[in-house]
Design a protein around this ligand. Structure first.
Ligand SMILES: NC(=O)c1ccc[n+]([C@@H]2O[C@H](COP(=O)([O-])OP(=O)(O)OC[C@H]3O[C@@H](n4cnc5c(N)ncnc54)[C@H](OP(=O)(O)O)[C@@H]3O)[C@@H](O)[C@H]2O)c1
Length: 172
């Protein structure tokens, strides 16, 4: 994304086995991670695949939502609809600049993370200490390409049904 002057960040909660969801839903309840996601994304253009949008069911307040679909007839009140990742990134860059920002967020799901990984500048990963069965995955983080910049660890609590780490990766 360097050419556009806008940074691209992938934000995901990923189980130890790479699973991010099943049957179009999340597999854990982590209130702390929901707060973390809100902090990382607030005020920024937020790109997601149509299935992830369906699983959330509404545009998230305070974030300019961009939904990627191959369905040219899809209309969502309060969200921009685009037909490709490239169109989403162009739209996101325009919105970021218009709102004085310099970052676009990709919020999933598996198909969109896989296509966007090569273009990302930063990964904000919540590494969840579970190994559930699932049908959507985050791509492997290649440590020859990505460097762990920051990590904070948290143990399971009444708010969070698993232990987890917040990890920031930047390109080497
Ligand atoms: N743990 C996390 O952090 C996290 C975050 C987000 C999502 N999730 C989970 O991930 C799962 C959903 O992920 P997913 O991989 O199944 O779906 P997804 O990536 O959310 O959406 C896939 C859809 O995006 C559209 N799409 C994908 N590539 C496209 C392209 N190049 N051009 C145009 N449209 C394109 C298509 O929509 P159409 O079918 O409409 O054409 C496709 O069916 C759910 O279980 C969700 O809960 C987890």
């Amino acid at each position: 994304m360097a050419a556009s002057g806008v940074k691209l960040t992938l934000v995901a909660a990923v189980a130890k086995n790479g699973v991010i969801g099943a049957d179009n839903r999340l597999l854990w309840r982590l209130k702390s991670d929901m707060r973390h996601f809100r902090t990382l994304t607030m005020g920024k253009p937020l790109i997601m695949g149509r299935k992830t949008y369906d699983s959330i069911g509404k545009p998230l307040p305070g974030r300019h939502t961009i939904v990627i679909t191959r369905d040219p007839a899809l209309v969502i009140d309060g969200a921009d609809i685009v037909g490709s990742l490239e169109a989403a990134l162009e739209k996101g860059a325009v919105i970021a600049r218009e709102t004085g920002g310099d970052e676009i967020i990709i919020g999933g799901g598996g198909e969109i993370y896989a296509q966007a990984m090569a273009l990302a500048d930063r990964l904000e990963i919540t590494s969840v200490a579970l190994e559930p069965e699932g049908d959507a995955w985050f791509p492997p983080v290649d440590l020859k390409v990505w460097r762990e910049e920051k990590r904070a660890s948290f143990t399971k609590s009444s708010d969070d049904e698993a232990s987890f780490d917040f990890i920031s990766y930047v390109r080497r």
